[in-house]
Design a protein around this ligand. Structure first.
Ligand code: C2O
Ligand code: CU
Length: 474
């Protein structure tokens, strides 16, 4: 077990671990060299669990290495598959040519065991992103295959610490440490797989996990929800975080609604936290979904810093996203149905309309998109929408289910036009949007690159059970 000591500068008590920026070391900076990611398995002992857990991870770590580049870099990332099954890597949120998007059978053949694939693309946008397999993702991500990818702005905003938290959970047998079996119908047709341990940067969350700060500092905290199904609602006791980005895209800095930072699976939020606590004080970072303290903000004994950085702007430079033409958009409707708590659905599976119980027992499918239920591994996804390239498209999306769903579109950022008819207060560009039960929303985007792009729920068990489709841009 390779683990560094995480006690960074400013760490306080012995026995606590810091969640500072040095926890994840930048693997790659050079634009021309090839970064290698090896998907493989290894064992790790989680604190509070009886035995070691077999994790799947990139380069023997969970999360995988933090990939850090600059806007405009051309990157080459070679993925080596040391698993005993096929895999791929999808670069969540990044705009790139379709062939690099990492969806098996849709954009590339899966990477066979022992084989490699070279991903090459240009980083058009700065921001906080992540990477994960798109092959059997509910299981491969659920076993630990995920990592952060950060693209620095040409001129980053001024902060004292730039910290990334990759948040996840694992459903383990508390005695043996092994994963509970994957693929249960209750998980796939219900809330998804919820773990019994929550992790931040691979460490078991709890009051002993510390974000070490000094009084007077400004921290940029990048939150990434890499869990397959868990929704986080974070509270920062004693602090007033400002949201500066959703899914890597700058937004007018503002306080989170109800002081709670909502992060569905797949979503990212960048916060600016001005640390006004006294030296040696401690504050809890709580999650109201799990009703747990996930970490603490620990102040060092050092005298308060001059707080000049607090006056620095926190508004991020915007990425150059294609401009919407909302005068004459193409409008499309999307309707999500299904799940084990809603009205029974009929789904079109392999060209046949079948009832919910047959969907579930015969195919493991529980959800539909516009009445289609897709297998995750169907070789050819029939597109549910054909979109004209260069045009602005508006999607009217209805969540006709009793469940929450974070909805993700590949390769594009969309603007949220309305949540249940109400325009968001600040212009929001996202690649993943959270839907509460029975919500209706409208999003708009310009179809940019030719090809087949996935559109799916990022509760990965839902995606595997039918809640995914393909948009063909031509
Ligand atoms: Cu983050 Cu289709 O995935
Ligand atoms: Cu869902």
């Amino acid at each position: 077990m390779k683990r560094r000591s995480f006690l960074g500068a400013g760490a306080l008590a012995l026995g606590s671990m810091t969640l500072g920026g040095d926890l994840l070391s930048p693997l790659a900076r050079a634009a021309e060299s090839i970064t290698r990611l090896r998907a493989g398995s290894f064992k790790r002992q989680f604190q509070g669990i009886g035995g070691p857990t077999t994790l799947w991870g990139f380069n023997d770590s969970v999360p995988g290495p933090l990939l850090r580049f600059r806007k405009g870099d051309r990157v080459s990332i070679g993925v080596d598959n040391a698993l005993r099954e096929r895999t791929t890597v999808h670069w969540h949120g990044l705009r790139m040519p379709n062939a690099m998007d990492g969806v098996p059978f849709v954009t590339q053949p899966p990477i066979e065991p022992g084989a490699s694939f070279l991903y090459q693309f240009e980083l058009k946008d700065s921001g906080t992103y992540w990477y994960h397999p798109h092959q059997k993702s509910f299981e491969q991500v659920g076993r630990g295959l995920f990592g952060a990818l950060i693209v620095d702005e040409e001129k980053p905003i001024e902060v004292n610490q730039d910290v990334t938290w990759v948040m996840s959970d694992f459903k383990l047998d508390a005695v043996t440490g092994e994963h509970a079996p994957f693929g249960s119908a209750t998980e796939h047709a219900g809330q998804g797989r919820l773990g019994n341990i929550i992790t931040i940067n691979g460490e078991v969350a709890g009051p002993r996990l510390a974000l070490a700060v000094r009084s007077g500092e400004r921290v940029r905290l990048r939150l990434i929800n890499a869990a397959t199904a868990r929704v986080f609602r974070l509270g920062f006791t004693g602090h007033a975080p400002m949201i500066i980005a959703f899914d890597g895209q700058g937004v007018t800095p503002h306080k989170p609604q109800d002081d709670s930072v909502l992060l569905g699976p797949g979503m990212r939020i960048d916060l600016v936290i001005d640390c006004a606590g006294a030296p040696e004080s401690r504050f809890a970072v709580t999650d109201s979904t799990s009703r747990a303290t996930l970490a603490t903000i620990n102040y060092s004994a050092a005298a308060p810093l001059q707080t000049t950085v607090w006056n620095a702007p926190m508004n991020l430079p915007r990425n150059d996203l294609p401009r919407l033409n909302l005068k004459k958009p193409d409008v499309h409707s999307i309707d999500f149905r299904g799940g084990d708590a809603g009205p029974p659905v009929i789904g079109r599976v392999d060209g046949k309309d079948i009832g919910y119980s047959e969907m579930l027992t015969k195919y493991g499918l529980a959800w539909t998109v516009n009445s289609y239920a897709a297998h995750e591994e169907s070789r050819a996804h029939e597109p549910i929408l054909f979109l004209k390239r260069g045009e602005t498209h508006v999607l009217s999306i209805a969540n006709s289910t009793g469940f929450v769903h974070p909805i993700h579109l590949h390769g594009h950022f969309f603007r949220v036009l309305s949540y249940n008819g109400i325009k968001p207060k600040f212009e929001e560009w996202r690649d993943t949007v959270f839907m509460n039960p029975w919500d209706e929303l409208q999003i708009a985007f310009v179809a940019e690159e030719r090809g087949d792009w996935m559109f799916h729920c990022h509760i990965l068990e839902h995606a595997a059970a039918g809640m995914m489709g393909v948009f063909r841009i031509e």
